[in-house]
Ligand binder design. Structure first.
Ligand code: C2E
Ligand code: CA
Ligand code: CA
Length: 818
């Protein structure tokens, strides 16, 4: 299609007309609510009214083949303005009002046309501009058809708009569909209107189709302002897409019903507003650039922004994450939620959630911010975390913290050092818990000062349990660890001043485990096993973990648990091993030896489970149990008329430690009515020497009661014999290890004879243990040993078997025995 230059001024004129008709409605969209509506109504009424007349005024050929009438110019302006009006109002009522407007204006038009034509046709009317009466002769029918069509078209358009809203999510596509629909409806109007107004005659068809280019031209021209609206008033258009502007019920429902419905919606909105305003959670609507559009009081208070300025407040520099860097999620499409720090001094902690209001629209620019202040909860949580992870007395990180650390990092080689204070319980028991606490605090301070001064920033100190500490030291070579250990021991062993009259000193046993830092490790168990092994060797020593310690340690732990149950269920047995006089080979007495058979472990040797009982504190119960059973059996034998015999009971050093033993023993003797003179206590040489001072008074007490004392395993303990001078014992038992080589190992023979001689010189009676052969018996007898015990005569026997032996040894001197 070529533009005819001769028609150019016409084209320009028309363009000006379209622009003039479009500028006003676009301007109205910027006005505030009630005024805006009035402007729109008036404007729509005017275009509708004028349109009726303009149709009769002119038709112009814009370009060749494109004919536009003044009527379709006004009709286009009306439709464009009506659409824009509904878009900007987003109100279901507007459509109804528009219908009413069309009807009213048409009634007015009909009346006015009718009256004006009648007047113009009068003879004596002054018609200064010679207006033809035909201009007002448009029939009532045509007006009604035109009005009805407009109404139907409006509904058709908005019905289609609603449909597109639900189906198309992309905003540009929506925009395209809307424009197409607008153009289509306007063109359709041109066709249908003419058919309805002038009938479906064959002669009308070419006229109608000849008019289509003009209709398309107008429709396209008026869709330009609509497009402008959608781009320029982006937010208003987005809001329109969100809202619900069209119901079929608009046609059928009464106004009262609709008003009720609107009121309900209003109430909902009001309730939402109440929630927004009164929520204790901080709520705000924020735009893409971080500017607050609306905020509730809680939000303003939390952030310290003033109500008046809140709406312009910029949130970009108001939230930080825990590490201190500002947080600002940009173009979040999903809900965003994070713990943040806020407040002037970053003194508050909160949970900030940001929810895009319209997550799927193209240019969503609005977010709902919700902020919950969790400062108090965070403080409580921090406090709890501190309580869980620190020792209360020393303030050092505890076992839990150590576990966390061992689990978390440790990619570099390190050594775990466990420092276990020796005999800390004694301090508590002897000097009271306050003194004990002071000791722990002082030690903790010293270790702390040491690790601060001498260790690296990644090395850490822990308080594992009451009297155990741990150090993680990152060190590749073992040589650099030695001086550290020495320093630790030195600092611990310095005297601790409790008060003016009391100074204490304490030692520590140390266990280490070297780790290469390749992730998961058993460092704790290994270092602990090393401490445990070192403790058994010598208190105050240092143990380094070696393979095997763990399994031993684990077995011991299981043994401890099982032993506890066995004790509770009376599953332990007592066997008795007879001792014989070397001169007349008569039975002098028996040694009570405890026996334990476990379902899983089988027969467990006392050599294995007695140390476990000592380590777990079960030894006191076990000792009492053995003592009571032995005394009860002894009492029974007396009652049954056997010759009285001595019963020796082994007592472990830890049983003697806390002074309860003497009273326990007295009670047992009372309960069982067993004579103290027939009871002997065996205590090992090493445990006697270790706590000579504490134990001696007990032994003296026991002696006073008539109980005799034997020093067990003599010769295996300390080399110094000076203690023999003061020991309140009657017997010494020479350990089995001394006589295994007798009589063939000359050195051993000399040693045994020398020990016997020495003992005799100190007025002790001598028992030799582990005599297995006649030769051994003869040798020790010849050298003056008093009593022997060993497999040569008898192993330890169950009670019933021993009773057979007892009976045989005294028969026939007790013929009364049943
Ligand atoms: P012990 O007090 O030195 O007990 C002597 C151990 O030597 C016993 O081992 C006994 O069965 C064994 N024995 C006796 N004669 C011979 C022999 O001719 N040859 C050999 N090879 N061994 C002989 P058992 O019963 O295994 O006890 C081991 C240790 O367990 C005891 O050594 C004692 O220290 C401890 N023990 C046993 N019963 C008790 C108890 O009731 N209380 C406490 N505290 N310790 C106990
Ligand atoms: Ca013994
Ligand atoms: Ca022994």
């Amino acid at each position: 299609m070529m533009i005819n230059l001769d028609n150019m001024p016409m084209f320009v004129l028309l363009a000006f007309q379209i622009a003039a008709l479009s500028i006003l409605p676009l301007y109205f969209t910027t006005l505030p609510a009630p005024i805006r509506q009035i402007h729109f109504y008036v404007y729509l009424a005017m275009t509708l009214l004028i349109g009726g007349f303009m149709g009769s005024v002119y038709s112009v050929k814009v370009i060749e083949g494109v004919l536009v009438s003044g009527g379709s110019l006004c009709y286009g302006a009306f439709m464009m303005t009506a659409v824009m009006f509904v878009w900007v109002e987003r109100n279901a009522f507007i459509l109804r009002h528009l219908v009413r407007l069309v009807i009213l204006v048409n009634i007015f038009k009909i009346t006015l046309s009718f009256l004006t034509r009648s007047i113009l046709e009068q003879e004596d009317v002054i018609n200064a501009h010679s207006v033809p009466s035909g201009m007002f002769s448009s029939s009532i029918y045509v007006i009604i058809v035109g009005g009805t069509l407009i109404i139907v078209e409006l509904f058709l358009l908005f019905l289609f708009f609603e449909f597109i809203k639900t189906k198309v999510k992309h905003r540009l596509a929506t925009l395209g569909f809307y424009i197409l629909a607008f153009v289509f409806v306007l063109v359709l109007d041109g066709v249908i209107f003419l058919f309805l107004a002038f009938g479906f005659g064959a002669e009308i068809v070419p006229i109608i189709f000849g008019g289509i280019p003009g209709k398309v031209f107008m429709a396209v021209a008026f869709s330009i302002p609509l497009g402008l609206f959608m781009l320029w008033q982006r937010q208003a258009f987005a809001d329109y897409l969100q809202s619900d502007t069209f119901h079929w019920r608009l046609l059928t429902s009464s106004s009262a019903d609709l008003i009720k419905e609107m009121a309900a919606k209003d109430r909902d909105a009001q309730r939402g507003d109440i929630v927004f305003t009164n929520s204790t959670e901080g709520l705000a609507i924020v735009d893409n650039s971080g500017m607050v559009l609306k905020a509730n009081a809680a939000f303003e208070n939390m952030l310290g922004i003033e109500s008046q300025t809140a709406e312009a407040a910029d949130l970009k520099n108001m939230f930080w994450c825990a590490s201190g860097s500002p947080v600002w999620p940009q173009n979040t499409r999903d809900r965003w939620r994070q713990e943040v720090v806020f407040g002037q001094e970053k003194q508050h902690t909160g949970i900030l959630s940001i929810t895009p209001v319209d997550a799927d629209a193209l240019n969503s620019g609005v977010y709902v911010y919700s902020l919950v202040d969790i400062t108090e909860q965070k403080d409580t949580r921090d406090k709890l975390e501190y309580l869980v992870s620190h020792d209360q007395l020393t303030g050092l990180p505890n076992r839990y913290s150590l576990n966390q650390q061992l689990r978390n990092r440790m990619r570099r080689p390190y050594v775990l050092i466990i420092i276990d204070l020796d005999r800390f319980r004694d301090i508590n028991d002897s000097y009271g818990h306050e003194a004990g606490d002071t000791v722990l605090q002082v030690i903790a301070e010293r270790l702390c000062a040491f690790s601060k001064a001498k260790l690296g920033p990644n090395d850490a100190l822990f308080n594992l349990s009451v009297d155990a500490f741990a150090l993680i030291v990152h060190s590749k070579d073992r040589n650099s660890v030695d001086p550290i250990l020495r320093c630790i021991q030195d600092s611990i062993e310095q005297t601790i001043r409790i008060d003016e009259n009391l100074e204490l000193f304490i030692t520590a046993t140390i266990g280490l485990s070297y780790q290469c830092g390749n992730g998961g490790s058993n460092a704790f168990w290994e270092a602990n096993a090393a401490v445990y092994a070192a403790k058994r060797r010598r208190r105050g020593s240092i143990g380094i973990y070696e393979e095997g310690l763990i399994t031993e340690r684990q077995r011991n732990m299981e043994l401890g648990l099982k032993l506890k149950n066995a004790l509770a269920n009376n599953e332990l047995e007592i066997h008795y091993q007879p001792q014989f006089d070397t001169v007349n080979h008569r039975m002098r007495g028996v040694e009570a030896l405890v026996r334990w058979t476990d379902l899983n472990f089988g027969v467990v040797s006392p050599d294995e489970f007695i140390p476990v009982a000592e380590a777990t504190g079960l030894i006191e119960t076990l000792g009492e149990y053995v003592l009571e059973r032995a005394c009860r059996d002894g009492r029974q034998w007396l009652e049954e008329g056997y010759t009285p015999i001595i019963i020796s009971v082994n007592v472990s050093a830890s049983q003697l430690k806390f002074g309860r033993f003497a009273s326990v023993l007295t009670k047992i003797l009372e309960r069982t009515d067993f004579p103290a003179q027939q009871l002997e206590i065996e205590i090992t040489e090493s445990s006697y020497i270790e706590q000579e001072k504490e134990v001696t008074p007990f032994l003296l007490d026991l002696k006073g009661m008539g109980v005799s004392i034997a020093i067990d395993d003599f010769g295996t303990g300390y080399s110094s014999l000076s203690y023999l001078r003061d020991i309140p014992s009657d017997y010494i038992k020479i350990d089995r290890s001394f006589i295994v080589g007798v009589p063939y190992d000359t050195k051993q023979c000399n040693l045994v004879s020398a020990i016997i001689k020495l003992a005799k010189a100190m007025f002790f009676k001598v028992v030799v243990e582990g005599v297995e052969t006649k030769e051994q018996l003869d040798f020790v007898t010849a050298h003056g040993c008093d009593l022997v015990q060993g497999y040569y005569f008898s192993p330890a026997l169950p009670k019933a078997e021993l009773e057979v032996l007892l009976e045989r040894s005294q028969y026939p001197s007790h013929p009364t025995r049943k």
